[in-house]
Design a protein around this ligand. Structure first.
Ligand SMILES: Cc1ncc(COP(=O)(O)O)c(C=O)c1O
Length: 390
């Protein structure tokens, strides 16, 4: 068997890339389902899913077929030319979500979706303040970074935030009224925080935010870039918690690896839009729309939401073992609480050919597997964990 590498030594591959990413010691050659095949011959069980992107796993035949079909027919066309696939994918996505969020603006990344959601909120309310939650992550662009907890102190880079932001505690529904007031344009929240540690903000907090936004005329934005598109075992976290926001942003698993994001809006929001309020070149491209449609079709036709719920429950019952003392999160956005630094547990698992993620919480190991994961895969994880010291 090949000896596991501990460092990535591929200078030719790295030499022209901006050195801004810490990298794991695996060079991926190809993927198949929930498996990564490394160039050194290792076969690695992937509980990280390319940072929550590979919802269907790698090389899913329906995803491949949709991409190929659309690439042959028309790979790209501007939004100025109407296309059936763009309309059909929007109808498919809004039907999947339900909840009256019936208007879609297609863009390309999570940050771009959030950027547009915030802009829409400012325009509609005429206000200049946003409330976000502590430990929340919303992306790297000017507005999305401004509402990301800790960004300004760590990596923001722009000379100042473009608007006022207040960060509220994520676990104090009673404190919501103090933060959200009549100057607040919107509250942006990840219902299950990803980078913040697979932390389930929870129904009481989301309900408190909804109630207060209604009271003061602010809009509620659910950033479901990481926790949406099936990851909680419901279509979106809004469905999972039964709390309806004014806007949802979706990305990551929506394209299963092809860049696509969406801003979903209620009629209350979309009714205010005018021509030219938003724009994009690549957003709504036919290939992006074809994969989004295929992803949703596949989630439904292969009963993947039920699988996420069932296998998630199995992880919760079988993986509190070895260095793991508890589990938080929802569905397939789970945080294993570790008695040792999560980075050490992650490295020990990788040495056993299992890839997991970490988070901003040093004692949370983050799992973001593909929705096709089964209980046999989980047995491999729990077996590996049982062989790691606490
Ligand atoms: C909740 C959340 N929002 C927004 C983003 C930013 O998405 P992108 O990297 O596609 O811009 C991320 C990325 O990790 C995320 O987890």
């Amino acid at each position: 068997m090949a000896t596991p590498q501990t460092t990535l030594t591929i200078p030719a591959l790295n030499s022209h890339l901006a050195q801004v990413f810490a990298q794991y010691p695996i060079e991926v050659a190809h993927g198949e389902g929930v498996w990564l095949h490394a160039r050194d011959g290792r076969k690695i069980l992937d509980f990280y899913g390319g940072h929550a992107v590979a919802g269907l796993g790698y090389g899913h035949p329906r995803w491949l077929a949709a991409l190929e079909r659309q690439a042959r027919q028309m790979a790209f066309q501007t939004n100025a030319l109407p296309m059936v696939i763009r309309e059909r994918a929007a109808a498919r996505l809004t039907k999947f979500v339900g909840l009256g969020l019936d208007t879609v603006f297609w863009i390309n990344s999570g940050a771009e979706a959030n950027e547009n959601a915030l802009k829409v909120a400012f325009k509609q309310t005429g206000r200049s303040k946003i409330v976000a939650l502590e430990q929340g992550f919303h992306g790297r662009t000017a507005a999305a970074g401004a509402v990301t907890w800790g960004a300004f102190e760590k990596w923001y880079g722009f000379p100042r935030r473009p608007f006022d932001v207040r960060f509220a505690p994520r676990d104090k529904p009673a404190a919501v009224d103090e933060f959200v007031d009549r100057e607040t344009a919107a509250v942006i929240v990840e219902p299950v925080q990803g980078v913040g540690g697979a932390y389930d903000v929870g129904k009481p907090m989301l309900q408190a935010l909804r109630r207060r936004c209604d009271e003061v005329g602010a809009l509620l934005i659910f950033d479901e870039v990481q926790c949406g598109t099936g990851r909680t075992g419901a279509p979106f976290a809004a469905n999972f918690y039964g709390v309806v926001p004014d806007m949802i942003t979706a990305a990551k698993a929506l394209g299963n690896g092809f860049p696509v994001s969406a801003l979903l809006m209620s009629q209350r929001v979309a009714g205010h839009l005018k021509h030219d309020d938003m724009g994009t070149t690549f957003g709504g491209g036919p290939m992006a729309c074809a994969v989004a449609e295929a992803v949703i079709d596949t989630i439904e036709s292969e009963s993947l939401l039920a699988n996420v719920r069932q296998v998630s429950a199995y992880i919760c019952s079988s993986c509190i073992i070895g260095p793991v003392t508890g589990v938080q999160g929802a569905g397939f956005l789970l945080g294993l609480k570790t008695s040792r630094p999560a980075k050490e547990v992650q490295a020990a698992l990788l040495a056993k050919n299992i890839l997991t993620g970490t988070s901003a919480d040093p004692n949370i190991l983050r799992l973001l597997p593909a929705y096709i994961l089964n209980e046999g895969h989980v047995d491999q994880l729990s077996d590996a964990l049982s062989r790691i010291s606490a």
